[in-house]
Ligand binder design. Sequence first.
Ligand SMILES: *Cc1c(COP(=O)(O)O)cnc(C)c1O
Length: 463
Amino acid sequence: MVSETHNLTKHWQVLDAAHHVHPFTDTAALNAEGVRVITKADGVYLWDSEGKKIIDGMSGLWCVQVGYGNEQLAEAGCEALRVLPYYNHFFKTTNPYTVELAAKLAGLLPDGHEHVLFANSGSEANDSALKLIRYYWNLRGRPEKKIHISRELAYHGVTFAAASLSGLTPLHPQWDLPLPGFAKVPAPYWFGARAAGYGDIDPEEFGLVIARRLEETILELGADRVASFSAEPIQGAGGLIFPPATYWPEVQRICAKYDVLLHADEVITGFGRTGEWFGCQTYAIHPDIITMAKGLSSGYQPISAVSLGARMAETILHANEELVHGYTYSGHPVASAVALKNLEVMEAQKLPARVNGAIGPYFQRRLGEALSEHPLVGEVRGHGLLAAVELVPAKPERRFFPEIGRVGTHCRNYCFASGLISRAIRDTMVLAPPLTVNEAEVEEMIAKLLDAIGRTAHDFARI
Ligand SMILES: *Cc1c(COP(=O)(O)O)cnc(C)c1O
């Protein structure tokens, strides 16, 4: 029996190496090592083809809000597959699943966001958002407003435009990006402030200083040339950067003052992750345009959305001409049905409130208690069911390791070996469990992470 599954694993590894190109992967290195085959999932657990059980501290890629194996989502998808497996919205048509989903989103989104366009991924949503921003300024008779500002360490996806908008520099050189017309400002990354030369500044002051770098950049470029500022309410893949409380109000003021559209990328922070439906609600942000994906369907189907705030909707929806944009699969009925059911399940289980009032605070408190005194841990920070643990060479100094990423990767490998999925971003360990996670599962994740950090500290003490 064991050798049978082992042979199947080998079979899949051989086929994978022969024919499958992986995202964000060094193909030759992976093929030399042999890929891991995930064969099933339930709740917060995954199983690989060797029968090993793994606790998923990352909700897949930050997306499985309701946990794996939800029967209601499966049924909703099956029903739509049988009733209306496909039709599009191009030819003056719609379908009940997509209509209901759009209306449901309008009810959950911040005020003024009554209109939604669909796409199939976060990258596509962001690409669409940038096109809509350009179109808005063209319609307003301000065609010179074309520059998109975003932040260092931002992750907005991988299409030409979304990658250009992203501030994680490794995303650029292979593709000669960013495209022209994209500018960057610093991230409100207080833990890195000393390393970045800001000295001993306190977080609130730092939030203001970094927000004002946006103002300086707008003035340098000329406000009449700046179209938009794009930002995740909390930066996700850039290392879980939680802005100081002073940051967003100041950014908001600056965008209003210079007539710069504010684009919130809620692809990670949306759908209960921070304890509200949207990160914009957590931080009292009032964006002109919002992009969402991941938790929208809990990852069960590929679907994303862009919502237009009142100002953009008024202009774009009254242009009296065709909106020349859309995908074959925009508002796909099966994906819409699953996303709609996902939102209904989240509502019925009160998942945002659970993250806000119960499991989120428990998760944050227990992580702090278990990890913050560890000599390798410089900071534990988090909000809701997002948490980051900075691994550092010396505790109080907020310094980074000289070879960035080596210690984090080492620790991540120990996590994987012990059956915990955590992610290392540079030397920051990240957890973002499903919103259905229970206390015992939180304890299991923390115990495994603590053990991995302990082993990592032991290995690096000898160097
Ligand atoms: C994941 C992510 C994206 C890209 O989404 P894809 O579906 O992978 O294209 C965009 N923005 C943020 C904030 C993300 O986390």
